[in-house]
Design a protein around this ligand. Structure first.
Ligand SMILES: [Fe+2]
Length: 252
């Protein structure tokens, strides 16, 4: 596995072909991207996208929780609030993302193995393995909370669908055999940034919906995710600066 950034025969830049670049820029004048003076898009494809956006169905729906079906299960803490489906949707989202997080860490650990000592220390790899286990535990925790609120953890909610599509690029980049360990760590950092913001919102939402006990149980997830994020920031920054021949940064 290549672990350093190298200079090579890269011909993708516009500077490689000034004549063709000038012709391409002429084409831009013929098909402007910005809307016209009346606010309507001038390009046919933009008008078509506008039509689709106005006419498309939403990204699915949330199955009714026990609260709405009237099916009272023993031990179920009925989901409350005017629109309980929002909490169920966001729990479904977290469930999908944590499952994806486990798979991302699995693929990252393959890169650790293939870097053959040229990447992280044994202790750092063990830390990533522990993070992988925590993502799996978060998945189990969210599934349990969903069940307790009368939801169905096997149902794909709209936001679960959304993060699945959003994460497709992360999964693709992580599983590309050409991406090196540092690039894999960068992918993982992106995922952790999303995860941290999402856990914060989920806990805020659970508390606002009157589920204080649930919010407190989810707090462990946020605390562990904060450590993941801080660690990934450092694991990306240090080798990047080292690759550039610069000093390693102070630990954040
Ligand atoms: Fe994480």
């Amino acid at each position: 596995m290549h672990t350093h950034t190298e200079i090579g025969r890269n011909r993708t830049g516009a500077h490689m072909s000034p004549v063709l670049t000038a012709q391409m820029q002429d084409g831009e004048e013929e098909a402007p991207i910005l809307p016209g003076a009346d606010g309507q898009p001038e390009r046919a494809d933009l008008a078509m996208k506008l039509d689709y956006a106005r006419e498309s169905d939403p990204l699915g729906s949330v199955p009714p929780p026990a609260t709405l079906t009237g099916v009272v299960k023993s031990g179920v803490d009925m989901v409350t609030g005017k629109r309980p489906q929002v909490l169920i949707d966001k729990l479904g989202e977290r469930l999908a993302f944590e499952r994806g997080g486990v798979r991302l860490y699995d693929a990252l650990l393959v890169k650790c193995a293939s870097a053959d000592g040229a990447g992280l220390s044994e202790q750092e790899v063990q830390t990533l393995e522990a993070f992988r286990q925590q993502e799996a535990a978060h998945f189990a925790l969210v599934a349990e909370v969903l069940r307790e609120l009368g939801g169905d953890p096997t149902a794909q909610t709209p936001c679960a669908d959304l993060v699945g599509v959003e994460s497709a690029g992360l999964v693709q980049a992580m599983n590309d055999p050409r991406t090196n360990l540092l690039q894999g760590l960068h992918v993982m950092l992106d995922a952790e940034l999303i995860d941290n913001a999402s856990w914060e919102l989920l806990i805020e939402l659970a508390a606002a919906a009157g589920h204080k006990a649930v919010a407190e149980r989810l707090e462990v997830g946020l605390q562990q995710e904060a450590v993941h994020l801080q660690t990934l920031r450092s694991l990306v920054a240090r080798p990047t600066l080292e690759d550039a021949g610069a000093a390693a940064p102070a630990t954040r």
